[in-house]
Design a protein around this ligand. Structure first.
Ligand SMILES: CC(C)[C@H](C(=O)O)[C@@H](O)C(=O)O
Ligand code: SF4
Length: 464
């Protein structure tokens, strides 16, 4: 029978089928961080259970970590406790632990691919919704809850209902200044934040084929923001070149075997999806969000829609615009910007910093803008320095912080103050997401750079 990419990976990992119930899936790699793992370990301890395959689990500290002075002790007691718990649990159970200050430390979804933990055709889970990022490699990767983290630690398996299958096809060429982030925000604006609920998405077509691995990660990362269980892209030469030779990638004979598997990971031409959507890449503009969920996005040259033209209740639409201090029919161009944040597992990779730098080069940061530039990992941080980007950024009035989730969810000190406007390359613009009362406009690194230079929302195409 014809199979989709998703079917092929799923079926390879089913250890047991429960009649009328979920499948039991083997999990190849399990990523953990300080927020969602402590309670899972407590559960193991209370039941006297060991971690079945500690070498398949990898721990990094990212959500609560400061992005300056990482050599100093963490002040906030809750964060300090969670970080301590991650360290002691990892040590106790023989799990690789990349804590604060460790050379491999960084955002879980950035370091996973960098060290080859992420593999094509693998099953990857983490107690974190943006685990969908790893689908960029043709893996089935999804976020799980804390009780499931405990289940995976104990059994290396998880019980899952097989989701429905969606394919999103985008062909054509992207225009100038249109990045993978814009593609993702465009899709979410079309489907809404619940449009893919219950589905696992495959992204297909020229636009995704032409993307770099970093770009594919950005797209898959945002799958969860339209409600999907995850998103994936078939591995190709680019994927294989990226993966080969990384620390935790297979080597020697194991690599040859893996390669044969990777090459089989394509949707059969006559395979059927439960639903398909198709768009023309040439119609996508640089995007920006104007509301309080990632589906409230539009092409930067458009006007904020009228309540009548959007799905969902008028009352919640009005509440959202009111929170943002925006009005129906307005242009976003020229809107005040107080903060610019580039970073997160969505856009904290080297390519994002290259894009940001390409715009700010030879210009100066607007005086009133506070800019937080936060690399996703130490590798990204080192690349920024090695490639000379840091010099250009410093010259333009920017400084670089240390890796971590930072203002993406503001669990550390990087909080946008109440009422202030941030153009952010992260993934969520919920009320208070970047700090109590903060107002977030999600956008690409190019839009963020244009805002940082001009101090207002600006179409980056005018600066390229
Ligand atoms: C803290 C964690 C559970 C959460 C998630 O699952 O996504 C966080 O990473 C986020 O982005 O909101
Ligand atoms: S960078 Fe943001 S979205 Fe990604 S894992 Fe951290 S908090 Fe979650």
């Amino acid at each position: 029978m014809s199979k989709t990419l998703f079917d092929k990976v799923w079926d390879t990992h089913v250890v047991r089928k429960i009649e009328g119930g979920p499948d039991v899936l083997f999990i190849d790699r399990h990523l953990i961080h300080e927020v969602t793992s402590p309670v899972a370990f407590l559960g193991l301890k209370s039941r006297g259970i060991k971690v079945l395959y500690p070498k398949r689990t990898f721990a990094t500290a990212d959500h609560n970590t400061p992005t300056i002075n990482q050599h100093l002790p963490v002040q906030d007691p809750l964060s300090a406790n969670q970080l301590k718990a991650l360290e002691s649990n990892s040590n106790e159970y023989g799990i690789s632990y990349w804590g604060l200050g460790h050379q491999k430390n960084g955002i879980v979804h950035v370091v996973g691919p960098e060290y080859g933990i992420t593999q094509p055709g693998a099953t990857i889970v983490c107690g974190d919704s943006h685990t969908s990022t790893h689908g960029a490699f043709g893996a089935i990767a999804f976020g799980i809850g804390t009780s499931e983290v405990e289940m995976v630690l104990a059994t290396q398996c998880i019980m899952q209902e097989k989701p429905k299958k969606m394919r999103i096809n985008i062909n054509g060429q992207l225009g100038k200044g249109v990045t993978p982030k814009d593609v993702a925000l465009f899709i979410i604006s079309q489907l809404s934040t619940s449009g893919a609920t219950g589905y696992f998405v495959e992204y297909a077509g020229e636009v995704f084929e032409n993307m770099t691995m970093e770009g594919r990660m950005t797209v898959c990362n945002l799958s969860i923001e339209m409600g999907a269980r995850g998103g994936m892209i078939a591995p190709d030469e680019k994927t294989i070149n990226y993966v080969q030779g990384r620390e935790f990638s297979p080597k020697g004979e194991a690599w040859d075997k893996a390669l044969a598997y990777y090459k089989s990971l394509k949707t059969d031409s006559d395979a059927v999806f439960d639903i398909e959507y198709s768009y023309d890449g040439a119609t996508i503009e640089p995007m920006i969000t104007y509301g309080t969920n990632p589906g409230m996005g539009m092409g930067i040259s458009h006007s904020i829609p009228n309540a009548d033209d959007v799905e969902g209740g008028a009352a919640s639409y009005a509440k959202s615009l009111n929170y943002m201090g925006f009005h129906e029919g307005e242009s976003m161009m020229g809107k005040q910007v107080d903060y610019v944040f580039i970073g997160s597992c969505t856009n904290g990779r080297i390519e994002d910093f290259r894009a940001f730098t390409s715009i700010v080069k030879g210009k100066k940061k607007a005086d009133h803008v506070t800019a937080w530039l936060v690399p996703g990992s130490h590798i990204v941080e080192a690349q920024i320095k090695e490639e000379g980007l840091l010099d250009i950024l410093n010259e333009a009035g920017f400084t670089l912080r240390q890796p971590g989730c930072s203002a993406c969810l503001a669990m550390n000190d990087d909080k946008i103050p109440a009422g202030k406007y941030a153009v952010s390359t992260s993934n969520r613009n919920f009320e208070g997401r970047q700090g109590p009362g903060s107002r977030t406009m999600l956008a690409s690194p190019l839009v963020a750079a244009a805002a940082a230079i001009t101090g207002v929302v600006t179409d980056p195409r005018t600066l390229i």
